[in-house]
Structure formats: structure tokens, C-alpha cells
Design a protein around this ligand. Structure first.
Ligand SMILES: *Cc1c(COP(=O)(O)O)cnc(C)c1O
Length: 432
């Protein structure tokens, strides 16, 4: 399949080239020329997550040099469980736990699939490539883990000093070897600006073979459809009913994957977006124009986004605002309500959730509480990753899952960096 840019002035690009590039040359985001339609029979015999992913992604990769590798890529990338667990039988709520990967957040899925693609798309001349990533928390760790010790790859991470959770900071800094981590004296926006400047510097880009792994990459978005396809199919096969989803949302990458999966024909019902105090999406879906705001800091920091990058893909899918409002809705949740929801679910359901998941849980209870339809609250990170927020609320320690425990036991080393492009350029060039 070919992909095109959301901004429309590029020629159709084969999927493996679009994945290698990240951003389209006109600055737009890559989207499929048209989403394929699949009947449920296309998934006959597919029951595990990698099997469902392979059936789902096959039309996208048809004709690509990656096509013969697709099943192996899905097995490599999706090598952990994504269980759908019941929370509360009366209110028909389930939790889709996306946090059983190595860095305990859903970003592992996209980062690992992207690494599986890159590893099978050798650079011309087999030169080393440098993955440069600006992160507000979870992306950097997932990308570092996915590329750690991979032949032919270096990773450079930029994160805002003091603005990520302590364990997030540790995960960003605990790899070493082919992973270099800079704590930038600035905000996430500074980190993103530095990365963008680096990609615009043609000399630097060529010398280091700089490659992006940020969330706009089609290679991260497409595999995220897999866990929606898998959970919806499993539910449909067991109950003969569509599952409805509430999704914690920042840059809209996770939720867009769900909407694409529904367009492709998976038995997905309503899709509702849950944001924190960053209200651009709730305002738009309540009838306003799409008006970006500066981002506001919240306890759900991975969703502190004032201008969600994937809105451009949503607007490409449904250009008319009215149509978007028919297909999706969005609600915002302030920090106080996030805290209260973490406490109540812990006390009444015995379930500990992270602050991001709490946004979706709160929207399920507050906005959709009377509905008897089955709802799935998407759990985007393990609560142990945000223990400094969660533990004071629930009044006890959150047990650390084994993969996270191993990473926390490693030594962390990062380097300070001034929020100036020249400082970054010198650090990167000093190596080569
Ligand atoms: C990245 C992230 C989100 C937001 O996902 P988007 O794809 O940016 O909407 C939510 N929760 C957690 C834990 C995350 O890491």
C-alpha cells in the first residue's frame, strides 16, 4: 500500500519508505491512500495478538519488501500480553491493560514495531543510524528499550529536566551503551524544538543518518490498531456484541489507531476520548473551533498536550467537524477528579490505575455511568511507573512488575544539556 501526506502535495509513497522517513516531505503526516475494509472472515484462525496483528496489517504491507517479514515483525514486537480484564461486573466495565511491555506503557507497542521495521530496512551502505527522540516521558523509554543493543543503531533521547516522573526519568537514563540521554534545561517544547532543528540541519542529518521515532511515525501508529482489533474480536466472539472504548488521549495517536481499526471493519462501538485539563479536544467536540492552547502541566503528564499532532490525521479522515462529532466524543478531567478516581477504584474495585488511565475511568463513570453497554477503559501505563502520584493517594505501595524492577535496578546516567541547538549539535558531532 502507498501512503500520502495529510497536506496532500506529495506523491504516493510506498509504506516502507514512509515508515523510514517519519514525516512527509511537505511537513504533513502520512496516512493510507484509503483504509482497507476487512470482513471478520479475514481473521478466521487468528486468535493471539500477533496473529490478529498480522491479519490486520497485511493489506497495508502488501507489495512491500517488508510483507514477507510481517508475521515475524508482529511476533517480535507484540511479545507480551494485552489482557482485557473485568473491573466491575455490574457496570460492565473492562480494563485493557496495555502496560505489560518492557517499559510498562503502551508506547512499547509502537516503538518495538518501528524497531522491527527499521532492523529489516537496512540503511544504504549499511551505515549506522541515529534515532533522535524528544520525549515527555514514556516514548523515550520505549524507544530506548526497543533499540537497545541493536546492531547499527544509536539512540539519542532529549527529555525535560524535572518535568517527568522520577521513575520515568530513571527508565530514560538506565540503558547506556548505544543509548545517550540528555536532560534538557527546559520544557518538552524545547526538546521538540531541538529535535526539529536537528532534522532540518542537512549536514547533521546526513552525517549521523538521523531518523525520527516520534509519535507521528506511521510505523508506530499502525501496530497500535492491533490491540483494539484483538480485544474487540475476542469480545465479539465471546459475547456477540461490540465493545465500546474510552481512551486516555494526549497527541491522539492511541485513539486514532482505534478509530482506524473501526473504519477497517473491526467490531468496535463508540469511541470516547478522555483528556486531562488540556481541553483543546473537549472544546472542539463540544462544538467549538479547533483552537490549540499552550500545554498545561497535570499529574497525567504524558497527556499534557495543547495541540495534538494527530488531529491532522483525524481531520484528514473526517474533514467536516460535524462528521467528526458524530463519530467521536471527548471529555476533560481535572487533576482533583483524577486523584479521586484513583482512590475510588482502589477502594471499591481493588484496582490500582495510573493517572492517565484515571482520566478514562472517570469519563466512564461520570459521562457514561448509566449505560448498560460494555465499556472498555484503556489502561495506558502501569501505576508503578507513577508511584510518586499514586501511592500517596491510595496510601500504600504499588507492587512493581518484574520487567520494571529489572530496569530500576540498573544504574542511571544522563548528561545535562542547555536548551540550545548549538549545544546539541556539538554533543552529537563530538562523537562522530
Ligand atoms: C503517550 C501516553 C498517553 C497519550 O497517548 P497519545 O497517543 O499521545 O494520545 C496516555 N497515557 C500514557 C501513559 C502515555 O504514555
Amino acid at each position: 500500500m502507498n501512503l500520502i501526506s495529510t497536506r496532500g502535495d506529495t506523491v504516493p509513497t510506498p509504506i516502507h519508505e514512509a515508515i523510514a522517513r517519519g514525516l512527509a516531505p511537505d511537513g504533513g503526516l502520512y496516512v493510507p491512500t484509503a483504509l482497507p475494509r476487512l470482513e471478520l472472515e479475514a481473521f478466521a484462525g487468528a486468535s493471539t495478538l500477533p496473529e490478529v496483528a498480522t491479519a490486520l496489517l497485511q493489506p497495508f504491507f502488501a507489495g512491500s519488501p517488508l510483507a514477507p517479514e510481517l508475521a515475524a515483525m508482529c511476533r517480535d514486537a507484540l511479545a507480551f500480553h494485552v489482557p482485557l480484564v473485568a473491573v466491575d461486573h455490574q457496570r460492565d466495565t473492562r480494563l485493557l491493560e496495555l502496560f505489560h511491555g518492557p517499559t510498562a506503557a503502551f508506547k512499547d507497542v509502537g516503538a518495538r514495531f518501528l524497531a522491527a521495521c527499521f532492523a529489516r530496512l537496512p540503511a544504504p551502505g549499511n551505515e549506522r543510524r541515529t534515532i533522535l527522540v524528544a520525549t515527555s516521558g514514556d516514548t523515550g523509554g520505549a524507544v530506548a528499550d526497543a533499540f537497545f543493543q541493536r546492531d547499527g543503531f544509536d539512540v539519542v533521547i532529549l527529555y525535560p529536566n524535572g518535568l517527568v516522573a522520577p521513575r520515568q526519568a530513571h527508565l530514560l537514563s538506565c540503558y547506556g551503551e548505544n543509548v545517550r540521554t540528555f536532560r534538557v534545561a527546559g520544557t518538552f517544547d524545547d526538546c521538540q524544538r531541538l529535535a526539529k532543528q536537528a532534522f532540518r540541519d542537512t549536514e547533521l542529518t546526513a552525517a549521523l543518518r538521523l531518523t525520527s521515532a516520534n509519535s507521528i511515525s506511521a510505523g508506530r501508529l499502525l501496530p497500535q490498531m492491533s490491540y483494539y482489533a484483538h480485544s474487540a474480536l475476542t469480545f465479539w466472539r465471546e459475547h456477540g456484541e461490540r465493545l465500546n472504548y474510552v481512551i486516555p488521549t494526549g497527541n491522539l495517536g492511541n485513539a486514532l489507531a482505534c478509530l482506524w481499526a473501526r473504519e477497517i471493519g473491526l467490531p468496535i462501538g463508540d469511541v470516547v476520548l478522555a483528556t486531562n485539563s488540556n481541553r483543546v479536544l473537549p472544546e472542539h467536540f463540544a462544538g467549538g473551533d479547533y483552537t490549540p492552547h499552550p500545554s498545561v502541566a497535570t499529574i497525567a503528564n504524558a497527556m499534557d498536550v495543547g495541540d495534538p499532532s494527530n488531529f491532522e490525521r483525524l481531520a484528514h479522515l473526517w474533514p467536516a467537524a460535524d462528521e467528526r462529532r458524530q463519530r467521536v466524543s471527548a471529555y476533560g478531567v481535572h487533576d482533583d477528579a483524577l486523584r479521586a478516581r484513583i482512590r475510588t477504584w482502589s477502594e471499591t474495585a481493588g484496582v490500582t490505575i495510573c493517572p492517565h488511565t484515571a482520566a478514562a475511568a472517570e469519563v466512564r463513570e461520570r459521562e457514561l455511568g448509566d449505560e448498560a453497554r460494555p465499556w472498555c477503559v484503556v489502561a495506558t501505563a502501569h501505576p508503578a511507573k507513577f508511584e510518586s502520584v499514586v501511592e500517596p493517594i491510595i496510601g500504600r505501595a504499588v507492587p512493581v512488575p518484574p520487567p520494571l524492577e529489572n530496569l530500576l535496578a540498573r544504574q542511571a546516567t544522563d548528561e545535562p544539556l542547555a536548551p540550545e541547538f548549538e549545544a546539541l549539535r556539538q554533543q552529537l558531532r563530538a562523537d562522530s
